[in-house]
Write a protein that binds this ligand. Structure first.
Ligand SMILES: C=C(O[C@@H]1C=C(C(=O)O)C=C[C@H]1O)C(=O)O
Length: 256
């Protein structure tokens, strides 16, 4: 990913970090459009059906856990931008280690809010944008869910990089608040309302553009594969608040 801070070799600054967040919007909007191809398929999420012999959780839990295990072996979680949903008992990487530049404070590794993201995605977001019904495509649906979860998780945990650049640009403002453990003041200092307004508008526009039916004539159907208002709602209610939560958590550990 040429847009990621840890790969780019470019100077780390607020503009380059925001460019990465903008690029990640494309991935998030596309992954939601892909998930919307399938109906809700709720048997996938039901823990009591016992679909996987010897496994007491839901089928989606099984698929995500097993997929993360193979991705861990291939080195996915060596990248500090990636956080697993089921970190306990992940196998080690079997491939040669890539040297990711040390950009973040080491305490960054202890911040993982994926439990929260999992709950938000399945219980709040998914019901808003998928149709009722069951078409039996559980494995494909779960793969789609995992794409959405990983894209959201990467974006939200990218708050660690955002916080690092904000700290480096104004340590004199952040240090006293970190020492005082003043969460509310940190939240105020790192919040840019004007940027948030632009993000909400841009993601709705991306949903409109990426999710329209493309025809060879100039008759647009006016049908969208995902409701642009749901995408801006997702950002306003969950993605941006959780990114800021990660920023605060990171800053609180920045002087450890
Ligand atoms: C990510 C940033 O920090 C905050 C969170 C934002 C977001 O999640 O998009 C946008 C603006 C800020 O309030 C940023 O400043 O770019």
């Amino acid at each position: 990913d040429s847009n990621s801070v840890s790969h780019s070799g470019n100077a780390l600054n607020l503009e380059s970090v925001r460019d990465s967040l903008i690029r990640q919007e494309d991935t998030i909007v596309f992954s939601l459009i892909e998930r919307a191809r399938y109906p809700v398929n709720s048997r996938l999420y039901n823990q009591t059906l016992g679909l996987v012999p010897g496994f007491s959780r839901s089928l989606v839990h099984f698929i995500v856990k097993e997929t993360e295990a193979i991705q861990a072996k291939a080195g996915r979680y060596e990248n500090p931008e990636e956080n697993p949903f089921f970190p306990n008992g992940l196998p080690p990487s079997v491939v040669p280690t890539h040297k990711y530049p040390q950009v973040l404070h080491p305490a960054a590794a202890s911040i993982n809010i994926n439990e929260h993201i999992w709950d938000m995605y399945f219980n709040q977001l998914l019901p808003l944008f998928v149709a009722e019904g069951d078409d039996g495509n559980y494995a494909s649906t779960a793969a789609s869910d995992l794409n959405c979860l990983q894209a959201l998780s990467r974006r939200i945990h990218y708050g660690k990089y955002v916080a690092e650049v904000k700290f480096r640009e104004a340590p004199q403002d952040y240090e006293p608040l970190i020492r005082a453990k003043d969460r509310d003041a940190l939240m105020n200092l790192l919040t840019f309302k004007n940027v948030e307004e632009m993000v909400k508008k841009r993601v709705a526009k991306k949903a409109t553009v990426f999710g329209q039916e493309v025809t060879l004539g100039n008759n647009s159907s006016g049908n969208y594969k995902i409701d642009p208002l749901i995408v801006s709602h997702l950002y306003a209610e969950w993605v941006m608040p959780l990114t800021k939560l990660v920023e605060v958590e990171y800053l609180l550990r920045r002087l450890d």
